[in-house]
Design a protein around this ligand. Structure first.
Ligand SMILES: [Zn+2]
Length: 270
């Protein structure tokens, strides 16, 4: 079984055909989904999805949506995390250095979320664009013990190693399928077997050959094939390793009802 370790299934992009999207994912062998939080207003949608056996959720304040965050949102996040122990991580939080004008506010929001995760022993789900070195340095200072996921990792082998040394894993998705992503592909080749998970970031981050299309969790199977090719390992091995890594990181159960329903013998196969 494959796990999509990062997908925004709560987004309105999926409102018209969410069940069909999930059915296609299951048919492609993707049996579990981790859905991160983005804004306070969207947490209820995320939590509602989390009532499904095959979905795990995170709660956080995403740096891409700085304009949506309000005074008091960090306190609300603390309260929501206390009310919802089913949340498996704090996130999606992080730094998006494309948005220079909000960078100071992004850093204070990030620090606050690292502290919330640290106080609760939860891992972090981190969005990091054009800030890998600065973010690794900040994590070294704040030292969150439960690690986390550097989602949609697109850096160098050295940057991947810096995150792994901090107890994080990197999320591999559509970016590595693009022909020009040579540096990232070298990083993928050099990763240890326990250093990565697979993800789509649906509806964003389309794979090569699917530009301009809505991305969806079924495509984790394509990511898996490409990672296997780059690493010179059988796809079954990449599937087993990435699934074990996601389960370890997020504390996911070894099997769920969905696996039995779909006839995939995941609970005993790994
Ligand atoms: Zn995301």
């Amino acid at each position: 079984m494959l796990i999509d370790a990062h997908c925004h299934l709560d987004f309105p992009d999926f409102d018209a055909d969410r069940e069909a999207v999930l059915a296609r994912a299951r048919a492609a062998g993707v049996g579990h989904f981790v859905v991160p939080g983005t804004t306070r207003r969207r947490w209820p949608e995320v939590l509602a999805l989390g009532e499904r056996d095959e979905v795990s959720v995170c709660l956080g304040l995403h740096p891409y949506f700085m304009g949506d965050h309000r005074e008091g949102d960090v306190e609300a996040l603390a309260a929501a995390l206390d009310r919802h122990p089913e949340a498996v991580a704090v996130g999606e939080c992080g730094i998006d250095a494309r948005f220079d004008d909000t960078l100071d506010a992004q850093w204070s929001l990030f620090d606050a979320q690292v502290r919330l995760a640290k106080a609760r022993g939860l891992p972090l789900v981190i969005h990091c664009v054009r800030a890998n070195d600065r973010l690794a340095k900040r994590l070294r200072q704040l030292a969150p013990e439960a690690g986390g996921l550097i989602h949609a990792f697109a850096g160098s082998p050295q940057q991947a190693k810096a995150f792994l040394d901090l107890g994080f894993v990197v999320g591999l998705g559509g970016a590595l399928t693009h022909e020009r992503a040579k540096r990232l592909q070298r990083a993928v080749t050099a990763l240890p077997d326990d250093g990565y998970v697979l993800e789509t970031d649906s509806p964003d981050m389309p794979l090569a050959g699917h530009q301009g299309e809505r991305n969806e969790p079924a495509r984790v199977s394509e990511v898996c094939r490409k990672v296997a090719e780059l690493r010179g390992q059988p796809p079954e091995r990449v599937a087993a390793d990435s699934t074990a890594n996601a389960r370890r990181l997020f504390g996911l159960p070894q099997g769920d009802k969905r696996e039995d329903d779909s006839g995939v013998n995941g609970s005993t196969a790994d």
